[in-house]
Write a protein that binds this ligand. Structure first.
Ligand code: GN1
Ligand code: MG
Length: 369
């Protein structure tokens, strides 16, 4: 992402409660850019999160915002009906309305902005250090999944077509290898070979989709550990964030991305693959937390393929990082040469660990259902 100057007048286009401070960069997302600022109102400061939507990734930002509003309204209506005060009433963060009544603005340079109310007293983890965190975080994603289970997937836009389609991701990798636009193909032979050796997973996932074995649900599609907020004092789940990719997919997307980011002892930025260990207790807590909320809802095929989902999502992420490396780092934010290749290596190692430990995970999930 190229650096652009920050437009100072955009805050005026939102219905904020008072004069705002200058937004400063915040967070570590690989796609959107975020800033935090505060407003002074009734003798205290309230914080907000300003985000610029990456329109290179989200080609139709209006549809992304429509999806977020659809699920926000659905969740709010459900809560009003049941009067469930759980999780302090907010499972997802609150959007601030713009003066034109939309919940985003488009500035003069065609850049899209939105503002969320900041979730205070919250903690973002980049890595799980304790199984209890895995339980709580996964419970939140399970709750999110359950809350959306009675909303028609057809009411949602497919904002990134083929987002979790492993066949499409492999096709893009092959295209990048063929074009080799940055002349890097010879530097990633081993990683390419490793990824290609796992293509049986692609065939399996193709069959799953093709034979419609798994129901289409509304899923989060980015259930990384740092996309859930925990209460900084109690450690209880507070809020699910990063709702841009909420769209129709299968449960494999959400269970799989949790498994990919929760279970390894080191995160996707770890450069020393020797430090990545498989953590069964974390897997157990994660699966327990997720299933405690939505286990009853899942079909037997969904349950059977949960662990496969973890392998599929990890391979997909390896393929995506590798493809971006070959393409010259145009999708993911990178900080150094070879960054995406290192990430791909990391993910390939995680996949190896998952394959080695597949049976025990499968037994564990079966015993929970
Ligand atoms: C991106 O925006 P962020 O950093 O949460 C990506 C995910 C990947 C993830 C890898 C829209 O998520 O799909 O899993 O990076 N989001 C998009 O860390 O491509
Ligand atoms: Mg994201």
């Amino acid at each position: 992402m190229e650096k652009q100057e920050f437009p100072h007048d955009i805050l005026k286009k939102f219905r904020l409660p008072g004069p705002a401070t200058l937004p400063t960069p915040y967070g570590s997302g690989l796609v959107n850019r975020s800033y935090v600022f505060s407003c002074h109102t009734s003798g205290r400061d309230e914080r907000f999160l300003l985000q610029e939507i990456n329109t290179h990734v989200f080609r139709e930002p209006e549809k992304v915002m429509e999806n977020i509003l659809t699920i926000s309204r659905h969740i709010r209506n459900r809560h009003n009906r049941k009067d469930s005060g759980e999780i302090n009433g907010h499972l997802i963060p609150e959007l601030i309305q713009a003066t034109d009544k939309n919940y985003y603005i488009r500035d003069n340079n065609n850049r899209y902005w939105r503002i969320y109310r900041f979730v205070e007293n919250s903690l973002v983890l980049n890595e799980i250090t304790h199984p209890g965190q895995a339980y709580e975080a996964a419970r939140m994603f399970g709750k999110f999944f359950r809350e959306l289970a009675d909303l028609n997937p057809r009411s949602m836009h497919l904002t990134i077509p083929g987002f979790h389609d492993l066949s499409l991701r492999f096709a893009r990798l092959e295209e990048a290898l063929k074009r080799d636009p940055s002349g890097r193909k010879t530097t990633c032979g081993e990683e390419t070979e490793k990824a290609m050796a796992c293509r049986h997973l692609e065939k399996e996932s193709f069959t799953l989709v093709h034979e419609k074995k798994l129901p289409i649900r509304i899923t989060h599609n980015d259930t990384k550990i740092n996309n859930v907020l925990l209460d900084e004092h109690t450690g209880r789940g507070l809020c699910v964030i990063d709702l841009d990719t909420v769209m129709p997919s299968s449960v494999l997307s959400d269970f799989g991305d949790m498994m990919r980011t929760f279970v390894p002892s080191a995160g996707e930025e770890e450069t020393d693959t020797g430090k990545i260990m498989f953590r069964l207790p974390v897997f157990e807590s994660m699966a327990g937390g997720f299933l405690s909320e939505c286990g009853k809802l899942l079909t037997s095929a969904e349950k059977e393929y949960l662990v496969f989902g973890g392998k599929m999502m990890t391979l997909m992420q390896a393929v995506r990082f590798l493809t971006d490396y070959l393409n010259g780092d145009i999708y993911y934010a990178t900080e150094r040469p070879g960054h995406n290749l290192q990430r791909a290596r990391n993910q390939l190692r995680v996949l190896e660990l998952f394959t080695e430990n597949e049976q025990v995970m499968q037994q564990l999930t079966a015993s929970m259902l």
